[in-house]
Design a protein around this ligand. Structure first.
Ligand code: HEM
Ligand SMILES: *[C@@H]1O[C@H](CO)[C@@H](O)[C@H](O)[C@H]1NC(C)=O
Ligand SMILES: *[C@@H]1O[C@H](CO)[C@@H](O)[C@H](O)[C@H]1NC(C)=O
Ligand SMILES: *[C@@H]1O[C@H](CO)[C@@H](O)[C@H](O)[C@H]1NC(C)=O
Ligand SMILES: *[C@@H]1O[C@H](CO)[C@@H](O)[C@H](O)[C@H]1NC(C)=O
Ligand SMILES: CC(=O)N[C@H]1CO[C@H](CO)[C@@H](O)[C@@H]1O
Length: 371
């Protein structure tokens, strides 16, 4: 089943400019601590992705082995309420520095996400935001805890990095243009609540998701001169809009109606409700695919961007909207950061590329660095 089937256009790929690495505060570490830490990072051979779990049943996941714990100094959280929550419940390392295999196991065990989507998300982000030599990635800001960076133009910026996976018109996160692109934003959450009141009778459901997704696109068009909504963001934005009423709703209920109290817990506090049960993992792939197609169909929009001024949204006919185009776009974004990799960097990029491709059955595999 296609993860996002609507096909508007595909052909030549739009290659986005990639920013050079920025020097960021080092996650609370002193220079001294850092000097001690860096030599300990060794290149690793990345293991293949875990397969689907044997047990996909609805079950208690906010359990005594996975209690919510508040952040400790230095713990990293980012733009994804799903991964933030898994880290705050110990399904992922609580410091927010993770491997792709940990992500796949965590989203399957904690939320019932399907294996193919988990692989797609884990490796697309690893290849564009992670350190493939140490096999570590930050779920938020750039951090020395992922080890020494490969040479520029590699970014290794973590999930906060704008233009790789993180993008504009998020549900509760502001656009990059307005500054903080990854923290919970109360103003936006208030809008989310307003739409849930207006179209969902006080809950977030598929009807609300369709309206709020469209509204956020219009809002960014009207307010953000640098608004960009091309693939991959174009595709991921529709998926993220449906995740809350599929994964944040208790699996025993599974009615696609998310309360504002529970939404606030996940989005702001990275916290599951007491007694929370995960969704039925055998159903979520279809649910996500169907719901993203439906909210897109409610208000079709073409991929595009503002042309440096507000209200100048210009469709980009070269931005692909199908699964294979999404795959190709990510591979090209990666190549921009690794124009000529050598040694272990090249070996590990190739291994990760092979794992990533497992998320796209039916597409043609690309070998940017040779076979
Ligand atoms: C499998 C690995 C995953 C990765 C690598 C990932 C990554 C991301 C990233 C980078 C964003 C920010 C996009 C943006 O708005 O700019 C995001 C947003 C989001 N993610 Fe995830 N995610 C994953 C799994 C999940 C899961 C399992 C859930 C739900 C349980 C989830 C729910 C969401 C939601 C609702 C948003 C939108 C947040 C907002 O705009 O307020 N994600 N994710
Ligand atoms: C929250 O988002 C709004 C709208 O995008 C923006 O104007 C505001 O500056 C953001 N607030 C913070 C604290 O980032
Ligand atoms: C969302 O909630 C509203 C209000 O109860 C309802 O009219 C609508 O049918 C619901 N949509 C879905 C898809 O459940
Ligand atoms: C979000 O949660 C944090 C930590 O639990 C809390 O300190 C903060 O006040 C909350 N933000 C809002 C806007 O309520
Ligand atoms: C998804 O859509 C297909 C095709 O319309 C349908 O057969 C299937 O039952 C739907 N699945 C879910 C879980 O809604
Ligand atoms: C890539 C990038 O520039 N991301 C920005 C996201 O927002 C934070 C501010 O909170 C910036 O520091 C990052 O640079």
């Amino acid at each position: 089943m296609a993860k996002f089937t609507t096909l508007l256009a595909l052909s030549v790929l739009a290659i986005q400019a990639v920013a050079f690495p920025q020097h960021q505060p080092l996650a609370g570490l002193t220079e001294r601590e850092l000097e001690d830490l860096l030599p300990r990072f060794k290149p690793v051979v990345p293991p293949p992705p875990p397969g689907p779990p044997k047990d996909t049943s609805v079950k208690l996941v906010n359990d005594k082995d996975h209690p919510y714990e508040p952040l400790r100094k230095g713990d990293i959280r980012g733009p994804c309420p799903g991964l933030n929550t898994l880290a705050s419940h110990g399904y992922l390392p609580r410091n927010g520095v993770v491997t792709p295999a940990q992500i796949i196991n965590a989203v399957q065990d904690g939320f019932g996400m399907d294996n193919e989507l988990a692989i797609l998300l884990a490796y697309s982000t690893m290849l564009t935001d992670g350190n493939v030599v140490t096999n570590l990635m930050s779920i938020g800001q750039k951090t020395p805890l992922t080890g020494p960076d490969p040479p520029a133009p590699a970014i290794v910026g973590g999930l906060n990095t704008h233009g790789t996976f993180e993008g504009d018109a998020g549900l509760t996160r502001a656009d990059f243009f307005f500054g903080d692109n990854h923290s919970f934003n109360q103003t936006l959450f208030n809008e989310f609540v307003e739409f849930s009141n207006k179209f969902g009778g006080g809950v977030y459901n598929q009807t609300v998701a369709a309206e709020y997704r469209f509204f956020r696109i219009q809002q960014s068009t009207a307010e953000n001169p640098t608004f960009t909504f091309v693939t991959p963001r174009f595709v991921t934005a529709y998926r993220e809009s449906v995740f809350p009423f599929i994964f944040f709703v208790d699996g025993r209920k599974a009615d696609g109606q998310l309360s504002m109290k529970d939404a606030f817990g996940f989005f702001n506090e990275s916290r599951m409700p007491d007694g929370f049960h995960r969704a039925d993992g055998s159903k979520t792939a279809d649910l996500v695919g169907n719901a993203s197609d439906a909210i897109f169909a409610a208000h079709p929009v073409q991929p595009g961007a503002n042309a440096g001024k507000v209200n100048t949204y210009t469709p980009d006919p070269n931005s692909p909207t199908d699964d294979c185009g999404l795959y190709e776009t990510f591979v090209n974004l990666m190549v921009k950061q690794y124009p000529n990799p050598q040694g272990v960097l090249r070996t590990n990029l190739n291994l990760n590329l092979g794992f990533f491709f497992q998320g796209f059955p039916g597409c043609t595999q690309l070998f940017p660095f040779g076979q």
